[in-house]
Design a protein around this ligand. Structure first.
Ligand SMILES: Cc1cc2nc3c(=O)[nH]c(=O)nc-3n(C[C@H](O)[C@H](O)[C@H](O)COP(=O)(O)OP(=O)(O)OC[C@H]3O[C@@H](n4cnc5c(N)ncnc54)[C@H](O)[C@@H]3O)c2cc1C
Ligand SMILES: *[C@@H]1O[C@H](CO)[C@@H](O)[C@H](O)[C@H]1NC(C)=O
Length: 604
């Protein structure tokens, strides 16, 4: 079945629909401009931004200069220079894709160490007798998985988005989904050894190289380090012989979601799902490992990370803005239903062969089914023949260089599996209390649910968990409320504080990190290793110290409007936007939640 765009309902504020349509018609070739690096350096020093161009707190972040090592020797020298000068340091990557303030050094005199030129795919070294693969930390996931495939091996799980560096992936405990492989879907669990450059005494030349191996105490800290221990130079992963994945999507009502969640997660190797509460529907992804003998050359063409012409990005954003301004969710609610139908019938971005979806199951090589990208690189691109905008720039929908772009919050929280059913039931009760509110989640496809295992890393998850991800509108202007933000914020606080969920280190708003040090495997043991490897805290910042519970910044933020940005939980109305009608009120289902709610009647 080839999907015809003319039969698709086009609600262009629903980014899913539009992009599924975009993908399927291919003819002309054009090129995409590469995404910019996180640091912009000039004579006055460097400014660092996250991939959306705006930090959680809308604050700025500066450093004095950046080093661009190309070899491990240069890396060693860069760290030694920083240590000798007693400077704060942070690793930045080629196109940094974390949201949170991890790569921002304290003060304005810090040193950035970029891994963008420490990223040769030639560094990938596969050892088939021990089934391991080592790689320089700056190499992009996209290049790494392809190099492994050429050698007939694969890492069972990776994140969905391939525009990330291997160093960044393990620093934040990035993951795929499911319990296959014995250690679950967090990529750090497949690391067997790490070579790191860490600070040293003057006698040792101010920096030294160490190797940490699975089994060492320090290794468990370095496995998920948030970049706080030094610079990871080389990573060794355990790999498997290449296999294929077979994917079938099932569209079902959500009435038994809470009961199905657990058995579903255990039954399918790479189980994941999208829940669209406003439509009361679930897209269950039944995904399993199969032999490479199984026929099929399928791949993930996940539409949200494909390049788009700038004019379409603008059009989508202005539709989203219009919904926000009018407060009318009726179209968005209707779009939820058509979205699940069209995603189901079009393969939800999965392709049986390039540009085609021929029905389920879609079978393809592991790396091509598990990770995807395209909008971040300047590869030649197959462009839809019906696009009239030949001269236009094509890019990622979040490209920070565009004023009018898709700009959003991204909340991702690992809720212990034992609490997941109760959480789902609470969201349903919240839906009963405010049905319209759930429709705002349709702007970004609903709630994505993936599964991760209890971790061996000190900063990893204590328990097997379901990661719930909510992507929702953010205003480019500060100080604005959001449509139905009370409900989304209540869900966020429920996941975090009622059901003890642990936030993804690289995503989320600052409030998610309140109390996170109590939710990891062992904050104390991580801190002990940090003191040993980086005694002066040169790789730490005040923000990261707050993550580790060393001070309580996240609890004490008190400025006007802070709850609108998710940097505080409101305690007073001024933390919301009383002049716009948003006041601080308790949650409807989780009464301990405190949310900014707009009381004017047309928003109810
Ligand atoms: C569109 C999109 C999709 C995503 N999909 C997923 C997903 O499916 N699953 C998931 O789990 N996450 C996902 N993420 C989150 C992403 O995987 C993480 O934010 C990841 O950390 C980004 O890697 P990066 O290379 O961009 O690192 P950065 O964001 O640049 O860095 C992250 C941290 O790692 C540190 N660091 C990086 N390299 C090194 C090094 N060599 N040595 C020491 N410290 C280092 C940095 O200093 C920083 O503290 C997604 C993000 C986006 C934008
Ligand atoms: C692979 O690893 C084994 C065991 O560590 C080692 O003896 C061998 O030399 C390695 N092979 C290659 C090609 O690096």
């Amino acid at each position: 079945m080839n999907v015809s765009p003319s039969k698709q309902p086009i609600n262009s504020f629903v980014t899913w629909l539009l992009l599924v349509v975009l993908m399927v018609h291919s003819k002309a070739v054009l090129s995409v401009s590469k995404l910019p690096p996180p640091e912009i350096c000039g004579e006055d020093g460097c400014t660092i931004v996250n991939y959306q161009g705006v930090w959680n707190d809308r604050g700025s972040c500066k450093a004095a200069n950046a080093a661009y090592p190309r070899t491990e020797e240069e890396l060693l020298r860069a760290v030694a220079d920083g240590v000798r000068q007693g400077r704060k340091m942070k690793v930045v990557t080629e196109i940094g894709h974390s949201l949170s303030k991890l790569s921002c050094p304290d003060g304005e005199e810090g040193l950035l160490i970029s891994t963008r030129y420490y990223a040769s795919v030639k560094s990938v070294h596969v050892n088939k007798s021990e089934m391991t693969a080592s790689v320089d930390a700056g190499v992009q996931l996209r290049d790494f998985v392809r190099a492994l495939a050429e050698d007939g091996v694969t890492v069972p799980h990776t994140p969905l988005w391939d525009g990330v560096s291997m160093g960044g992936v393990i620093a934040t405990a990035s993951h795929g989904s499911g319990f296959f492989g014995g250690r679950g879907s967090v990529v750090s669990e497949y690391v067997t050894a790490l070579r790191m450059v860490i600070p040293a005494s003057a006698d040792d030349g101010y920096a030294k190289i160490i190797t940490l191996r699975r089994g060492d105490e320090d290794f468990r800290a370095a496995q998920v380090s948030l970049g706080l221990l030094g610079v990871v130079s080389k990573i060794t992963f355990s790999v498997m012989p290449m296999f294929k994945r077979s994917l079938t999507i099932q569209l079902a009502a959500d009435d038994d979601l809470e009961d199905r969640l657990l058995p579903f997660s255990r039954k399918y190797d790479f189980a994941s799902l999208f829940w669209v509460p406003s439509a009361a529907k679930v897209l269950y992804k039944l995904e399993t490992a199969v032999s490479t003998e199984e026929p099929g050359d399928g791949s993930n063409g996940f539409p949200l990370v494909q390049p788009m012409p700038v004019s379409r990005i603008r059009a989508m954003r202005s539709q989203q803005d219009a919904v926000e301004r009018s407060g009318d969710t009726s179209e968005l609610c209707a779009a939820g239903k058509s979205m699940v139908e069209s995603r189901f019938s079009s393969g939800d971005g999965f392709q049986s062969s390039p540009g085609r979806f021929d029905g389920y199951p879609v079978v393809g090589f592991n790396h091509r089914m598990q990770t995807v990208g395209g909008c971040q690189v300047d590869d030649a691109l197959i462009k839809p023949s019906d696009a009239s905008d030949n001269q236009e720039r094509w890019t990622c929908k979040w490209d920070p260089r565009e004023d009018q772009r898709i700009f959003y919050f991204h909340t991702a929280v690992a809720v212990p599996l034992e609490n997941a059913a109760a959480f789902v039931r609470d969201v349903k009760r919240l839906r009963d209390a405010s049905p319209q509110a759930m429709c705002v989640l349709n702007m970004f496809g609903g709630i994505h649910v993936r599964f991760v295992s209890a971790s061996s890393a000190f900063l990893g998850d204590q328990k097997d968990s379901a990661v719930f991800e909510l992507v929702f509108y953010r205003s480019l202007e500060p100080g604005q409320g959001r449509l139905h933000q009370d409900v989304i914020d209540e869900i966020e606080q429920m996941m975090l504080f009622k059901y003890n969920g642990k936030p993804h280190w690289g995503k989320n708003r600052d409030i998610a990190f309140q109390g996170v040090s109590g939710k990891v495997v062992s904050n104390d043991r991580f801190l002990a290793v940090k003191t040993k490897l980086d005694p002066d805290g040169l790789f730490s910042s005040s923000w990261s110290d707050a993550l580790l519970g060393l001070h309580d910044t996240f609890w004490t933020i008190d400025h006007d409007h802070c709850a609108l940005e998710g940097v505080c939980i409101c305690r007073e109305d001024r933390h919301c936007a009383p002049s716009l009608g948003y006041t601080c009120q308790p949650g409807r289902v989780f009464s301990a939640a405190k949310v900014c709610r707009r009381s004017s009647s047309n928003f109810e």
